[in-house]
Design a protein around this ligand. Structure first.
Ligand code: 4NP
Length: 146
């Protein structure tokens, strides 16, 4: 299974989602490949935000080696599932889909809720980590059923 996590900057939320999902996949020996990308290009080439690195490290996950990249159309071909954090990400990614099969791969990570952008509020990184962790666990449970 190949999974892509997408947010706006690819420095706060989707790096956490990549780290958590890869960690859970490894823990359960699922062999899943997980990556992340941003719809925007401002931070391409950078490491994740240090507040996300810290939040992940507090839960035993190292995301410091990740490198920010921008979402691209080829991702629709390569990945089986594309999980986005909020409704802006959802419309931005869906607008790049070429057909219904590509669009069908794209879903909100939390199903019907959004992962809020913590960029302007240091206190939100831990709650965002927990939201993401819950979403990843739900996705693993669902995808292992099928
Ligand atoms: P992210 O947060 O989408 O969770 O990575 C953001 C990081 C940076 C910016 C916006 C959101 N920015 O505008 O630079």
């Amino acid at each position: 299974m190949k999974i892509l996590m997408v947010c706006l900057g690819n420095i706060c939320r989707s790096p956490l989602a990549e780290g958590v999902m890869q960690h859970l996949s490894d823990e359960h020996n699922l062999g899943w490949q997980v990556d992340s990308a941003g719809t925007g290009n401002w931070h391409v080439g950078e490491a994740p935000d240090r507040r996300s690195i810290r939040a992940a490290r507090n839960h035993g996950i190292d995301i410091s080696k990740q490198v920010c990249r921008q979402f691209r159309r080829a991702d629709f071909e390569y990945f089986d599932h594309i999980f986005v954090m909020d409704r802006n990400n959802l419309s931005d990614v869906l607008n790049m889909a070429r057909n219904d099969d590509q669009a069908a791969k794209v879903k909100l990570l939390l199903g019907d809720k959004v992962v809020p952008d913590p960029y302007y509020d240091d206190s939100q990184f831990e709650p965002v980590f927990e939201l993401i962790e819950g979403g990843c666990k739900d996705i693993i449970a669902k995808l292992r059923e099928v």
